[in-house]
Design a protein around this ligand. Structure first.
Ligand SMILES: Nc1ncnc2c1ncn2[C@@H]1O[C@H](COP(=O)(O)OP(=O)(O)OP(=O)(O)O)[C@@H](O)[C@H]1O
Length: 648
């Protein structure tokens, strides 16, 4: 009970001292002491990082703290073994002991604490081998053991869920087990390990065997024999295989280059094409299969194709001249909005080189580079099922929106068969691509500063729209509609389109953002926008797309998934790993998560207004502002030194 917890903490205080001596022990409840947190009258969190604790941890303290979930004693001067009574903390999830002088072998009892998710024992004096016992910890996601004196080979391990791993600067040697080869070389620096991702293991020339120091589980001999067989028979196979592969690649290249040159000649002479051909051409090279993630600069198909298709179609349908400048309804021109200076016209757009950016709910988006260098994004709408009058009225309203947090709509083109919208091109692409694209090495981690300022920028854009009238809503808030400037400033895009396009085309990925009460996507209230924005906040913080396959398998949406994880576990379970390296912003992250959950409330009336949302984000960003980590240099690898890699 709490009294026993209190007694244990007092024993700890009298043994290792430091700033625990500042605890106000006249208070009966220990729950208010610095670094101590309670749940249901038990101590569940003990965080004493960098508070000058020294000496050996006494045995008997942890035997009482049986409800402990998080123990952080990092960056102190603790010595000796990890006390064996820690085995009593069977609910422990997070163990941060990095940056001390702990010694001895990594104790076996650790492997009985089956709830452990994050373990950081880095920067200590641990000796002995790499224990196989870590495999017993089936929930383990983070394992940091760098800067110790661990020796010998790493045994074959499963470490099923481990996502962050580091054994740098130890005395380890031998080949890196297969399972661990997916980690960056940074995880193994300063060791004598070999094999992927480090240099290949040395080969013993005389016998042609790979030198593998014996491991506790596998004898060197059996490994050696296996390698020997490989090097004998397989070499011929490998050579033949490579040749066949090479031949295949050459054939594919020849095939592709023929195809491309054919297409080039076609697109150069687009005036001879029929609309159907153009349709096929311009719709073909889709790269965007999952929410605007792919931005690989696919081959250039001309927007001209789309627009010419429009005009040819128009000429036919209306019986007018098919010369591209006149149709049944008279000259078809790009209509520019208000302040926009007319720097190009339809003909320029026709001549522009273009690439497909992605296919969305309302049509396909292209990047078009005009002859004199201006770059615009052109959206080719499909399934517009409102009258011309209504379309023009609505699109004029959209074009009149003017706010620094919106992607400006510059112009539109309307004909019976074709509707084009011209926007400013946002070179950094969408938030969706930034969050879920390129997950591999070399990715720039998205820190809290960037994420929170994106949240604020997007909220301001939506708030502005809502301020235009009670009935005005965006209707399609999601991460692929939050575009970014080179400074990672957010701009809200796609405003108003949901009101133009019929309910027929609503791909699955919209579903994750849509408020439960919305049945007709053309009638989306401001409160429904707030719901979608809440989901967007949760996506920013968890790094999970609302349509994440895991979530779907479990049959829950993102808001319910977050809520299913009890608050006390939020920091370790919910947040994107990339965020967990910023230690001093935990409080802000939790507040922002709470805001996301509030916005995504089931009942519209329980959701805050966008004005409230913006104000709360501003407060979150302001509070604790000074305590923030300095901005991390871009491109830094996420798995790095122990004390930065986890929240505490
Ligand atoms: N103005 C723009 N600048 C740069 N890229 C853009 C621009 N507009 C759209 N894109 C990119 O094109 C892709 C497709 O956009 P589009 O808006 O057509 O579809 P979506 O956002 O995936 O879905 P929806 O049609 O429901 O909004 C997006 O992923 C986005 O990255």
């Amino acid at each position: 009970d709490l009294a026993a917890d209190r007694a244990a903490l007092l024993t700890l205080r009298s043994t290792v001292g430091g700033r625990t001596l500042l605890w106000n022990v006249s208070q009966q409840s220990p729950c208010a002491w610095a670094g101590v947190r309670c749940e249901q009258n038990r101590v569940t969190v003990l965080r004493l990082p960098g508070v000058a604790l020294s000496g050996e941890l006494p045995n008997g303290v942890f035997a009482n703290l049986t409800e402990l979930r998080t123990l952080s004693l990092r960056l102190n001067a603790l010595t000796g073994n990890i006390p064996s009574d820690l085995a009593a903390c069977t609910r422990l999830r997070n163990l941060y002991l990095q940056g001390n002088f702990f010694s001895g072998e990594i104790p076996e009892f650790l492997f009985t604490l089956r709830d452990l998710v994050r373990v950081n024992l880095g920067e200590n004096n641990f000796t002995g081998g790499f224990p196989t016992g870590f495999d017993n910890l089936t929930r383990l996601k983070t394992l940091f053991l760098e800067n110790n004196h661990l020796s010998g080979a790493i045994p074959t391990v499963k470490l099923g869920k481990v996502e962050q791993f580091n054994v740098s600067n130890n005395l380890l040697n031998g080949s890196i087990p297969q399972r661990l080869r997916t980690f960056d070389s940074d995880s193994f620096l300063g060791t004598s390990l070999c094999g992927q991702p480090l240099d290949a293991c040395p080969v013993d020339g005389a016998r042609g065997t790979v030198v593998v120091p014996s491991t506790p589980s596998a004898t060197g001999q059996s490994v050696g024999n296996r390698k020997k067989k490989l090097s004998g028979g397989a070499i011929a196979g490998i050579v033949i295989g490579s040749l066949v592969g090479l031949l295949l690649i050459v054939m594919i290249l020849v095939f592709l280059s023929r195809k491309i040159s054919k297409q080039r000649s076609r697109s150069m002479d687009i005036s001879t094409l029929k609309p159907q051909d153009l349709e096929i051409m311009s719709e073909k090279p889709m790269v965007d299969v999952d929410g605007g993630v792919g931005r690989n600069g696919s081959s250039g198909y001309s927007v001209a194709a789309a627009a010419v298709a429009a005009m040819v179609g128009n000429g036919k349908g209306g019986g007018g001249g098919g010369d591209g400048s006149s149709g049944a309804a008279g000259a078809k021109k790009l209509v520019f909005f208000g302040k926009t200076t007319r720097t190009f016209d339809l003909e320029d757009l026709l001549r522009a080189s273009a690439e497909v950016l992605g296919k969305g709910t309302f049509g396909t988006a292209y990047k078009a580079v005009l002859e004199y260098g201006t770059v615009v994004a052109v959206k080719r709408l499909r399934d517009v099922n409102v009258s011309e009058g209504e379309f023009k009225e609505k699109i004029e309203f959209v074009g009149a929106m003017d706010h620094e947090r919106l992607v400006p709509l510059r112009a539109y083109y309307y004909s019976r068969d074709e509707k084009l919208l011209v926007y400013d091109y946002m070179s950094m692409g969408s938030l969706s691509a930034l969050l879920h694209g390129n997950k591999g090495a070399g990715r720039t981690p998205l820190n809290w500063e960037i994420r929170s300022s994106i949240a604020l920028g997007a909220a301001r854009g939506i708030e502005y729209l809502h301020s235009q009238g009670k009935e005005v809503s965006h209707g399609n808030i999601k991460s692929s509609n939050i575009l970014l400037t080179p400074n990672y400033e957010a701009r809200v895009s796609d405003f108003g389109l949901a009101h133009l396009v019929g309910p027929s085309s609503t791909p699955n990925r919209v579903a994750g953002y849509r408020a439960p009460e919305v049945t007709d996507p053309r009638r989306v209230s401001q409160k429904a926008d707030v719901y979608s924005f809440g989901v967007l906040l949760l996506e920013l913080l968890t790094g999970k797309a609302p349509t994440h396959s895991l979530l779907n398998e479990e049959g829950v949406d993102l808001p319910r998934w977050v809520q299913s994880i009890v608050k006390e576990e939020w920091t370790s379970e919910v947040f994107d790993l990339e965020l967990l390296r910023y230690q001093s912003v935990e409080e802000e992250m939790v507040q922002m998560l709470q805001l996301g959950v509030d916005c995504a409330a089931q009942f519209p009336d329980n959701r805050p207004s966008m004005v409230d949302v913006t104000r709360r984000i501003e407060e979150i960003c302001r509070s604790n502002g000074s305590a923030r980590d300095p901005q991390q240099p871009a491109g830094e690898v996420v798995v790095s030194h122990g004390d930065e890699s986890s929240i505490l």
